[in-house]
Design a protein around this ligand. Structure first.
Ligand code: NI
Length: 136
């Protein structure tokens, strides 16, 4: 089995805030991500597929095709969006945390992958923090 990863980037705004908590509790748990006037992140998305190289091409999947799938179904929708308000595949009652985003991106992308299998969705929120999802 061979694993192939495509890297994409997007920028988006969000706010992490629990309406049932006090301002103090929100600030304590979410820090700057609770900022009431929003803030942005420069997200880096890694999509990994797995499969066996095709005999005629040596490819698991044509990377141009994979890139277009990610662009059409994820990046063009998320880029320069407000993740709390603008994105139809992010339910309004779900916090747009990096942990939730990797699951939602997987659900959005997985039905469009054919000829190989989606293995992992990894999303960097900052240089030092990322979440990964393997479909489990
Ligand atoms: Ni944030």
């Amino acid at each position: 089995m061979v694993y192939l990863t495509r890297r994409e980037t997007f920028n988006a705004a969000h706010r992490l805030y629990n309406d049932y908590w006090s301002e103090e509790q929100n600030n304590e748990v979410f820090g700057k991500c609770a900022n009431q006037n929003w803030h942005g992140h420069n997200y880096i998305l890694f999509v990994t597929v797995k499969g066996h190289p095709n005999k005629d091409t040596g490819f698991i999947i044509n990377v141009k095709h994979l890139s277009k799938l990610i662009k059409d179904h994820i990046v063009d929708i998320l880029d320069h969006s407000n993740l709390n308000m603008d994105v139809s595949f992010i339910p309004k009652d779900i916090h747009p945390s990096t942990e939730n985003l990797v699951k939602l991106i997987w659900q959005q992308l997985e039905p469009h992958i054919d000829g190989c299998k989606l293995h992992a969705v990894k999303l960097y929120e900052t240089d030092n923090i990322y979440a990964e999802y393997f479909g489990e």
